[in-house]
Write a protein that binds this ligand. Structure first.
Ligand code: PGA
Length: 229
């Protein structure tokens, strides 16, 4: 599988105009752009090469669920990927069980699902076996699927400037691959300076990029590194 770069814009930028500007600049073949929900339509309108993703997707198809958006809606809207279980959502109360349901609903609706996992610092301090066990537990309810991708994002590495050691990330990616036979992305403080060290690992199929993804110059460099590897 060729290496992919996923731009998780999180709750950025503030305006549609800015979203369109960034999307145009980041519109490359091996890229998935994941804007906030209100900008999905405008971003869809300008992408020629990149795929469109959503930052979450609910497990019910339709009905009385105020504030939620379903995988079926997203699929019909032209979205190809959905992130589920990001640690910033787990922190708001999402359980492994809910996330496994979201992943299944996404796959059933025809989306490619990027399911996020990652250990906190106190687990990482106990070493790679403890981290591996923690991740296996987070994935214990998840069903294997050809449409599933797992993103390994250690919580302590997200938005902190402290990326994981690529060797350790590859170790966890291998644990996940052995368990579910799916491609694994790494995420957590990636940028154009460290992208290659992760992308050159055979266990790592791509990057889930947060902060650097709303800086088109920086993000484009990462997409080029992924393309040329
Ligand atoms: P970061 O975020 O690149 O800003 O660390 C990654 C993510 O949360 O997906």
């Amino acid at each position: 599988m060729k290496k992919i770069i996923v731009a998780n814009w999180k709750m950025n930028p503030l305006t549609e105009r800015e979203a369109v500007r960034i999307a145009r600049a980041e519109d490359k073949n091996n890229v998935v752009i994941v804007p906030p929900f209100p900008f999905l339509g405008a971003v869809r309108g300008v992408l020629k090469n990149a795929s469109l993703g959503a930052q979450d997707a609910f497990f019910e198809e339709k009905g009385a669920y105020t504030g939620e958006v379903s995988s079926a809606m997203l699929k019909k809207f032209g979205v190809r990927y959905a992130i589920v279980g990001h640690s910033e959502r787990r922190r708001l109360g999402e359980s492994d069980e809910m996330i496994a349901k979201k992943a299944k609903a996404g796959v059933d609706a025809g989306l490619k699902v990027i399911l996020c996992v990652g250990e906190p610092m106190d687990i990482r301090r106990r070493g790679r076996n403890a981290a591996g066990a923690f991740i296996r537990k987070q994935l214990s309810r998840v069903k294997r699927s050809k449409s599933l991708i797992v993103a390994y994002e250690p919580i302590w590495a997200i938005g902190t400037g402290k990326n994981a050691d690529p060797e350790e990330a590859a170790y966890v990616a291998d644990v996940i691959r052995k368990m579910l036979h799916v491609p694994v992305l790494y995420g957590g403080s990636t940028n154009s300076r460290n992208a290659k060290s992760f992308l050159e690992k055979k266990e790592i199929t791509g990057l889930l990029v947060g902060g650097a993804s709303i800086d088109p110059k920086e993000f484009k460099k990462m997409a080029v590194i992924a393309r040329d590897i």
